[in-house]
Design a protein around this ligand. Structure first.
Ligand SMILES: NC(=O)c1ccc[n+]([C@@H]2O[C@H](COP(=O)([O-])OP(=O)(O)OC[C@H]3O[C@@H](n4cnc5c(N)ncnc54)[C@H](OP(=O)(O)O)[C@@H]3O)[C@@H](O)[C@H]2O)c1
Length: 279
């Protein structure tokens, strides 16, 4: 019997690369997409890869996916909460609808996914919940306050759950923390900026100009989504699952000042577990 993974946001980027990698390594993969027919046709050669319609802002859509996995597999070994998108506007510029849209997917989408999957995960021998956070879930960055706060929320959610999920429910928890990855992520961000008036001529303009100038000078070579998929495949094979896992040396370097005392967050989590649960 092969191991079973469900991945949200698997139509492109990190989610798609991970879905293909796992399917090609013998896993049964349920890949969430908002365009099943297109993706099933495009990736039909990967026989263990099953695309299912999945919109993470709608709990009933998640339930339909988990019902199908229940019928076909009876359990779920790994849930990868990956669906998400970036957002580049200051809090002062963003509309509240935009802020809600980011949180609906990046935060509530993760909560809906985990809540829906819990009964199935608990039927697995060694279940594991992974969420794609970001280095932006550790370090706040200019004009990214909406996105970073959504990823900080995901960090707080999973870090809190990790204090007791393993001892109580036997479920491992990992926050996957990529730096820059070559996906549709930036395209989505800049499409939204373009659709909402472009670079606005307001008091934030000097900061935006500096941000864009430094971005173009940094010459960052993004990590490939396939390389992130390799990291996820190595992660699920680890005997002791880390609470936090950066996906590249560049990501590690970016957050190092903030996390140098406890890079994986494990020491701090165990301290809280001991203090508040005596476990
Ligand atoms: N790329 C980076 O530099 C970077 C860095 C750090 C963290 N991340 C995180 O990595 C994750 C994956 O992003 P990516 O870089 O692979 O970008 P991507 O290529 O744009 O992939 C995002 C995926 O999420 C899906 N998605 C978005 N909103 C959704 C919703 N409400 N319901 C269901 N699916 C939804 C997209 O589906 P559609 O195709 O239908 O839109 C797509 O499959 C995100 O959580 C992102 O925050 C990315």
């Amino acid at each position: 019997m092969s191991s079973v993974i469900c991945i949200t946001g698997a139509s492109s980027g990190i989610g798609l690369a991970t879905a293909i990698k796992f399917a090609d390594n013998g896993w049964t993969v349920y890949a969430g997409t908002r365009n099943v027919e297109r993706d099933q046709e495009l990736y039909a050669q990967h026989t263990k890869l099953h695309f299912l319609k999945l919109e993470v802002t709608q709990p009933e859509s998640l339930q339909a996916v988990f019902d199908r996995i229940e019928q076909e597999q009876g359990h779920l070994d790994v849930l990868l909460c990956n669906a998400g998108f970036g957002f580049l506007r200051s809090l002062g510029q963003a509309t509240f609808e935009d802020i809600q849209r980011v949180f609906d997917t990046n935060v509530y989408g993760v909560m809906h996914s985990i809540r829906g999957a819990l009964p199935l995960l608990r039927k697995a021998a060694a279940p594991h919940i992974i969420a794609t956070s970001s280095v932006g879930g550790i370090v706040g960055q200019p004009l990214n306050e909406i996105y970073c706060s959504s990823k900080f929320a995901v960090e707080g959610l999973l870090e809190s759950m990790a204090t007791y999920y393993k001892p109580l429910l036997n479920i491992d928890i990992t926050l996957l923390e990529p730096g820059a990855i070559g996906t549709h992520f930036n395209e989505t961000v800049f499409n939204h900026v373009a659709k909402t008036g472009g670079i606005l001529e307001d008091e934030y303009k000097p900061i935006i100009d500096s941000f864009i100038e430094s971005f173009s000078k940094r010459n960052t070579v993004p990590q490939t989504p396939e390389s992130v998929a390799d990291v996820v495949l190595q992660l699920v094979a680890m005997e002791t699952k880390p609470l936090r896992l950066r996906t590249s040396e560049a990501a590690e370097a970016f957050v190092s000042t903030k996390v140098s005392n406890d890079p994986t967050g494990l020491e701090s989590m165990l301290k809280v577990r001991k203090l508040q649960l005596n476990l």
